[in-house]
Design a protein. Structure first.
Lengths: 153, 146
């Protein structure tokens, strides 16, 4: 195999990944800071509250979930890493969010690519969403929150 | 309240997060690239060949599935294109690969958030193959799907 070619490919792609990631994450974090300080984030999280409540997730999980759903797992993880410094997400929150995102992320890009190849788009999107929701739902039973906060139903 | 500090903090957060992600992504990406040029993937694909029947795909599709799941989603697309699958087979492939792709890189990124990546990796693999098997059955029952 041609090592020079491989090394060149790694270097050019690394530069591209760096620029691309910074171009997405920096504006996203600025936007997040603006949303947070204007208290719009709390209101946006309110819209997802019914879903989050069913999984016993804190409303703090809404933003990484949305970011990952549309922009991909790397961006979603980036938001989590930024949040984790503030200690607002528990390990259980993280596991549930990432189980969902692991199966269902970057839905726009992935779906468009497979539409181009000739796949049935509504089967693809709905299967992915349902599988992700089902997996996260199952895991939410395995990882019960502390008994003091768990509902008795 | 939005102040100058809001902008400054957002920018600093973005920079810090980008850096901590790149520290994981670039080394893993380099490993993945090298693996793409070794025969390791072909060996795994040979082992996975018989599994393809359960999800209604030809044996040759194993190379696309293994490449996409482990290494590179986009490299897998080229292989799929060359296979000449039916519309339903492409949909099966799409669901499987969308649920479960680039496990090496994405697991490294997930681990960076502070939890174990193994449970998520296993869930994704099981989900992908279970979905493929069910879709294969549906395809056999409803021939109009192609």
């Amino acid at each position: 195999m041609d090592w020079l070619l491989i090394i060149r490919e790694i270097l050019t792609h690394s530069v591209r990944i760096t620029l691309l990631l910074a171009a997405i994450i920096i504006p996203l974090m600025v936007g997040l800071a603006l949303l947070r300080d204007s208290r719009l984030l709390d209101r946006a999280a309110g819209l997802l509250a019914p879903v989050l409540k069913r999984l016993n997730l804190s409303s703090r999980a809404a933003f990484p979930l949305l970011a990952g759903f549309f922009l991909g797992i790397v961006i979603g993880s980036g938001v989590i890493i930024a949040f984790a410094n503030e200690g607002s997400l528990t390990k259980r929150d993280l596991m549930l969010v990432l189980v969902f995102l692991g199966i269902c992320h970057s839905v726009v890009e992935d779906t468009l690519i497979f539409i181009a190849l000739g796949a049935n788009w509504w089967v693809l999107i709905s299967a992915r969403f349902l599988l992700a929701a089902f997996a996260a739902y199952l895991v939410s039973f395995l990882l019960q929150p502390k008994p003091a906060t768990a509902p008795n139903t | 309240m939005i102040t100058k500090d809001t902008w400054r903090k957002g920018f600093a957060d973005g920079l810090k997060t980008s850096l901590s992600l790149l520290k994981v992504i670039i080394p893993v990406f380099a490993v993945v690239k090298v693996m793409e040029h070794t025969p390791v993937i072909k060996w795994i694909a040979q082992a996975g060949d018989p599994l393809m029947r359960f999800v209604g795909l030809p044996g040759e599709a194993a190379l696309a599935v293994v490449t996409g799941m482990l290494l590179n989603f986009y490299a897998a697309l080229g292989i799929i294109f060359a296979l000449g699958l039916s519309a339903w087979q492409i949909t099966i492939m799409a669901v499987m690969l969308c649920c479960c792709h680039e496990l090496v890189l994405e697991s490294a990124v997930i681990k960076k958030t502070g939890i174990s990546a193994w449970p998520i990796l296993c869930i994704r693999l099981v989900t992908a193959f279970a979905a493929g098997a069910v879709m294969n059955l549906v395809g056999n029952l409803v021939p109009q799907l192609g």
